[in-house]
Ligand binder design. Structure first.
Ligand SMILES: [Zn+2]
Length: 253
């Protein structure tokens, strides 16, 4: 487990197999007090790569942005990197809030260009959502128990400590199906993003996603969460340019 106190995030143990259960009313500080531009390790991947978070702005509320849960969805990381570079250069884009960005949530998968982590688990089916379903096949394997993967636990730890008012999780999908998908009370935010990126707003991605971050944070915890699905056939640079204003609109929400 990690701990965010006065801007300090202690690295969580990567050999822990404890199941993390997070309640929205976990006692403790409402958000990290971390200086803008501060970057810290919140977890370690199966193969030992650091999972890092970078903070912008300050105070509450906090918006959490996540890229690269699926390692082969490279453009999602181009978008988190684009956002980080923009906020480093123009810190005044964020006022009266903290924006916390996890650049690459699944660094082993990103290095190998695989959807899953190095254990072959789909981290976005591994969350302790009420609809968690063990098993699954090939690229959609959920694992035998929720939060079995260190990458999943790193995200859970960030949510528990930061108590974000909004989560943006960036993915890629087959071209033509790009969308601002929302879970929980996220429709208004998805609609505001749609005004900037032109993607449809959807409450249902079109197939079941048991154990997904959207199910866990949105449906179960009632934290508004946008699963921003970029068109897979677009370059990362183009996806960032296309979504820059939508992402700024979301993090200022
Ligand atoms: Zn994905």
């Amino acid at each position: 487990m990690s701990c965010v106190m006065a801007g300090c995030v202690r690295t969580m143990s990567h050999d822990s197999t404890a199941t993390v259960r997070v309640s929205p009313d976990v006692p403790g500080p409402a958000a990290a007090v971390a200086p803008s531009g501060h970057r810290e390790v919140i977890g370690v991947s199966v193969l030992g790569r650091p999972i890092e978070i970078e903070y912008f702005g300050g105070g509450t509320p906090t918006v959490l942005v996540i890229g690269g849960i699926h390692g082969d969805e490279v453009a999602s990381v181009d978008c988190t990197r684009g956002l980080i570079a923009l906020l480093r250069a123009q810190p005044n884009q964020v006022v009266n809030r903290t924006v916390a960005v996890i650049e690459v949530a699944n660094p082993d998968g990103y290095a190998r260009r695989t959807r899953t982590n190095a254990n072959g688990i789909d981290c976005n089916r591994n969350f302790p959502a009420r609809n968690f379903k063990p098993g699954g096949s090939r690229a959609y394997r959920a694992g035998t128990q929720p939060a079995s993967e260190p990458e999943t636990r790193a995200i859970l730890s960030a949510i528990a400590q930061l108590k974000p008012k909004l989560i943006i999780s960036i993915h890629c999908i087959k071209g033509g199906r790009q969308q601002n998908n929302y879970d929980g009370p996220g429709e208004a935010i998805a609609t505001a993003m749609a005004a900037k990126n032109g993607y449809p707003v959807s409450a249902n991605i079109g197939y079941p996603t048991p154990g997904s971050l959207g199910s866990y944070a949105g449906a179960d915890l009632q934290i508004p969460i946008i699963t921003l699905e970029l068109p897979r056939d677009q370059s990362g640079a183009a996806a960032w340019q296309h979504n820059r204003e939508a992402l700024l609109t979301a993090v200022r929400w």
